[in-house]
Design a protein around this ligand. Structure first.
Ligand SMILES: Cc1ncc(COP(=O)(O)O)c(C=O)c1O
Length: 402
């Protein structure tokens, strides 16, 4: 990506920003779309039909981004809204099971399954991670004829490795189970083709590599699967209204085609305006180009931090390295903490040097966006090098850390 793309993100020159896995810097065209929306609301000239059209434009752009049809995409608030809508709308039978790897799931793809276990008598089958990865073999081995669903992140929130979704969805199909992915970390940072991945449903929110705001998201559901489902929430945008606003009798109550049945009432129109503009940017650049850029920078960062003797999770860059580089011990802390004092000291040092990064489950997480460039990487490496020199990190007499 070039300097022109970076120039669209005013925040990129404020600090080396390595936190797209929490939320992206906002691009000026996205902010302008929000301001146009607010202008319409402030003046009273905003047109509701145009707002709904913007929602449908964002839906269509998202559908083409992931290789789906627009009627396979519902509008949601966030990832957990999509996961819950899908999970709660499945016709569970007591004794069915769902397979997942809780240690590498974001908490928002864990709680709902235990809640469904209480309300529907399903079994939650946990698989242990292997070297920071969702294991294909163990996940496949946990499935049986009572498995209704396997759920997994396309890229974990930390350490951030790419999951072999296609292999796991193929194993799921063999036992007649569905595959639901949490694509919070991958959409906009990694080329996504739902058919190639073999997934039946996918949930995402807009504030990370989709470059938009909090409070807006999408739920993809393969048409054949959606058509068998009864949405747990029902309201007018999910109902076939045949051009009139009423459907008050049982025969008139028909769900809209495919995933459109999961839409409910009024949308987050501001979020739709922002997301529509962000999707225009992504489509102009091409996600493959974005992916190449962010992966290239991530590989460089990972190698150079390793050369300094820092514990980069996963070691030398391999095909599982996406746009997230994690340093520390996977699982060595709670969601927002690291137990290792050395990692906390390094985090404070980098933050004091003006670098924006995150701590997740025992690791320092550097997540790279389309706006990052080689200077940003150099900045982190130089600051990390200064910290290693000051603390004599890794040298025998200072093993206990600074
Ligand atoms: C993998 C993953 N899933 C889900 C979320 C967030 O879920 P929600 O959008 O429901 O807040 C995040 C990060 O915020 C995440 O990294």
């Amino acid at each position: 990506m070039n300097a022109e793309v970076r120039a669209l993100f005013p925040g990129a020159d404020e600090q080396p920003y390595f936190d797209i896995s929490a939320n992206s810097l906002m691009a000026a065209p996205v902010r302008e779309a929000i301001e146009r929306h607010l202008g319409g609301r402030t003046s009273g000239r905003g047109d509701k039909t145009e707002m709904v059209a913007t929602v449908d434009r964002a839906r269509s752009s998202f559908a083409s981004l992931i290789g789906a049809a627009p009627d396979e995409v519902a509008i949601t608030k966030n990832v957990s809204d999509g996961l819950n809508l899908f999970g709660a709308s499945l016709a569970w039978r007591a004794g069915d099971n769902v397979v997942l790897c809780p240690a590498l799931e974001h908490p928002n793809n864990i709680y709902l399954w235990y809640s469904l276990a209480r309300t529907h008598g399903i079994e939650v089958r946990s698989v242990a991670p292997e070297d920071g990865h969702i294991p294909v073999g163990a996940t496949a081995a946990a499935m049986d004829e009572r498995t209704r669903l396997v759920t997994l992140p396309t890229i974990t929130f930390a350490p951030g490795f790419v999951t072999d979704v296609a292999a796991i969805s193929a194993a799921a199909r063999k036992v007649g189970a569905l595959t639901l992915v949490d694509a919070a970390q991958s959409i906009g940072a990694q080329h996504t083709d739902v058919d190639g991945l073999g997934v039946d449903a996918l949930a995402v929110a807009a504030q990370k590599a989709l470059l938009s705001v909090y409070g807006f998201g999408f739920l993809y559901v393969r048409r054949e699967v959606a058509e068998t489902m009864t949405p747990v929430h029902v309201a007018r945008f999910g109902i076939e209204l045949d051009a009139h606003e009423t459907a008050y009798s049982d025969d008139e109550l028909r769900f809209r085609a495919g995933a459109l049945r999961f839409d409910v009432g009024n949308y987050n129109y501001l979020g739709a305006a922002a997301t529509d503009a962000a999707l225009d940017l992504l489509s102009a650049w091409g996600v493959e180009r974005v992916e190449k850029h962010v992966r290239g920078l991530a590989a460089d960062l990972a190698s150079r931090l390793l050369d300094l003797g820092l514990p980069v999770v996963g070691g030398r860059p391999g095909p599982d390295l996406a746009h997230i580089v994690s340093v520390g011990e996977s699982g060595g802390g709670r969601h927002y903490t690291a137990d290792d004092p050395a990692m906390n000291s390094l985090y404070e040092h980098l933050t004091a040097a003006g670098i924006r990064l995150a701590i997740r489950t025992g690791m320092l997480r550097f997540s790279i966006g389309v706006y990052n460039d080689q200077n940003d990487i150099d900045h982190v490496v130089e600051a990390a090098q200064a910290w290693c020199a000051r603390t004599r990190y890794g040298q025998a007499d200072t093993e206990e850390a600074p």
